[in-house]
Design a protein. Structure first.
Length: 188
C-alpha cells in the first residue's frame, strides 16, 4: 500500500511540477504599427540622426510590456531600421534664426524583428516571475525550518530539563514563532 501511495504521490508531483513545452503564440504587432517613420530634430544633421535613433528606441520600448528590456542602437540599426534614414524637411521655429535639421528613419515592414522583440520581452517577464517565486519559496522554506528547529529544540530541552522549565520553554518557543511571523510579515 505504501508503494502505491508513494508512486501516486510522485506521479502527482510530476504532473503538477513538470515544465511544459508549450510556447506562447507570437504576439501581433500593435495597432497602427507598420509602416512607421520616426523623425528626429537637431541643430546639425548628426544631432538629428542621434535624436531620431533615440526616439525610435524609446518608441519601440514603449510598445513592449516589460519596459526594462533595453534595445541597443546596434540592434535597432541591424534588425529594425530599413536604412540609415534620409534628411527630412527642416523645422523653422519662431525667434530662432537657423531652422532645425530633421532626420527620418523608417522601420522595416516585415514583422520578424517584432516577433523577436516580443519573444525577448516574454522571456524577461518569465525570468522576473521565476526569480520572484524562488524568493518566496526560499522565505517559506527558511521560515518552516526555523519553526521546525524551534519545535525540536523545545522538545529536546524539555526532555533534558526533565520538564522543570516547561512554561519558560513554551514561552521562549512562542517568542521565536512570533518573531518568525513578524519577520515574515515585515518582508511582505
Amino acid at each position: 500500500m505504501r508503494m502505491l501511495l508513494a508512486t501516486g504521490s510522485l506521479a502527482l508531483m510530476w504532473f503538477v511540477c513538470h515544465t511544459s513545452s508549450a510556447q506562447p503564440k507570437d504576439a501581433p504587432p500593435p495597432d497602427g504599427f507598420l509602416p512607421r517613420k520616426v523623425t528626429g530634430y537637431g541643430e546639425t544633421v548628426d544631432s538629428a540622426k542621434k535624436a531620431a535613433i533615440n526616439k525610435a528606441v524609446s518608441e519601440i520600448t514603449s510598445w513592449l510590456k516589460l519596459q526594462s528590456n533595453v534595445i541597443t542602437e546596434d540592434y535597432l540599426r541591424t534588425k529594425v531600421l530599413a536604412d540609415e534614414g534620409q534628411p527630412g524637411k527642416d523645422e523653422k521655429i519662431d525667434n530662432i534664426r537657423d531652422p532645425f535639421k530633421a532626420w527620418v528613419v523608417t522601420f522595416r515592414t516585415d514583422e520578424a524583428w517584432w516577433k523577436d522583440l516580443a519573444h525577448r520581452d516574454h522571456e524577461a517577464m518569465r525570468q522576473q516571475r521565476a526569480s520572484q517565486r524562488e524568493g518566496w519559496a526560499m522565505r517559506g522554506v527558511l521560515g518552516l525550518a526555523v519553526l521546525l528547529l524551534t519545535g525540536v529544540g523545545y522538545l529536546r530541552l524539555d526532555d533534558y530539563t526533565r520538564r522543570r522549565y516547561t512554561t519558560w520553554l513554551r514561552l521562549a518557543a512562542a517568542g521565536v514563532v512570533t518573531l518568525v511571523a513578524a519577520g515574515w510579515w515585515w518582508t511582505i
